[in-house]
Ligand binder design. Structure first.
Ligand SMILES: [Ca+2]
Ligand SMILES: [Ca+2]
Length: 132
């Protein structure tokens, strides 16, 4: 999830796009996500964004085959509380199950390497008043 440029208003959508790749050597099933948006100050946004699969599952539907990269997208409609808080920390974890029933997981985020740092989303605040 990236920060919008410029001020936003309640009802504006911000998009979260992520990918999950099978970088190992076995097929994985039961791909699930935990996407937690925490407003600055700590309040958790409910309901959590729901990620929808948008592509990448080219063979063996619903199995994350070796080398596949699935893409997901979620849209969060900003609330006034979101904008008043000035932004979020987005903690997004993906998990899947290997052929032995063992769960494997990873965090998505910003930064280099495996990008494990939660994404910081800044919402520009524009306090203005006009008297006429
Ligand atoms: Ca597949
Ligand atoms: Ca990662």
């Amino acid at each position: 999830m990236s920060s919008p440029t410029g001020p936003t208003f309640a009802g504006d959508g911000i998009v979260c796009a992520i990918t999950v790749a099978n970088t190992g050597n076995v097929s994985l099933t039961t791909v699930t996500f935990s996407d937690v948006l925490a407003r600055n100050g700590g309040a958790i946004v409910t309901p959590a964004p729901v990620l929808a699969k948008t592509g990448g599952d080219t063979v063996n539907a619903d199995i994350l085959d070796v080398g596949e990269v699935w893409t997901y997208m979620a849209t969060h409609a900003l609330t006034q509380d979101d904008i008043d808080a000035g932004g979020f920390l987005n903690v997004l974890a993906a998990s899947a199950v290997d052929p032995n029933g063992t769960e494997v997981d990873d965090l998505a985020g910003t930064g280099t390497g495996n990008n494990e740092d939660p994404a910081v989303v800044t919402l520009v605040q524009s306090p203005t008043i006009e008297a006429t």
